[in-house]
Design a protein around this ligand. Structure first.
Ligand code: PNS
Length: 160
């Protein structure tokens, strides 16, 4: 049986913490789909297509092994994407108890909706303080985001 996992998120932009989770997921599953989802609760910085492209470049630059598909999803429930591609598992990176509290209701709803299980994954502790919203803020105010994002993202942010 082909074990397929989906790593969803806003990825606005992808961070080193995200990349760490993607790499760990690729080591555990036959196929990993990294899915960029529009989160209406957040003010977006980058268009979805740009986020997809930066994830693809970051994965390639890091030489992550395994079968990884980068996609976007905006037409309905995330579990519909999972059903479409035959994924049984969603993977969420957990940095703190705040993430557990935020993710737990979604995990239960997604399981009730479509029997898709959620696996909570711990990134390396060195990424525990890294978030896309922090990166957006530091970048907007002219700070150095190099410690937090893949080189492709840093270069892109420098140009914008
Ligand atoms: O990176 P984020 O913004 O924390 O990711 C949150 C995201 C996009 C994964 C979450 O908002 C989501 O799953 N949205 C899809 C909409 C959906 O299926 N909602 C119902 C079940 S939670």
């Amino acid at each position: 049986m082909n074990r397929i996992a989906v790593v969803p998120g806003s990825f606005d932009p992808v961070t080193l913490g995200h990349l760490d989770v993607i790499e760990r997921a690729a080591g555990l599953f036959d196929e990993v789909h990294v899915v960029v989802v529009h989160n209406p609760d957040k003010n977006a910085l980058l268009p979805i297509a740009q986020r997809v492209s930066l994830i693809e470049r970051s994965i390639a630059d890091a030489g992550v092994a395994g079968t990884i598909v980068v996609a976007s999803w905006s037409v309905g429930l995330l579990v519909d994407y999972c059903t479409d591609v035959g994924a049984q598992v969603l993977i969420k990176g957990i940095r703190s108890q705040i993430d557990v509290a935020y993710e737990t209701p979604m995990a239960i709803v997604n399981r009730n909706l479509a029997a898709v299980e959620t696996v909570f994954m711990l990134p390396d502790p060195s990424h525990a303080h890294v978030s896309s919203s922090l990166v957006r803020q530091v970048a907007a105010l002219g700070g150095d985001v190099r410690p937090y994002v893949p080189a492709a993202v840093y270069e892109f942010l420098q140009k914008t």
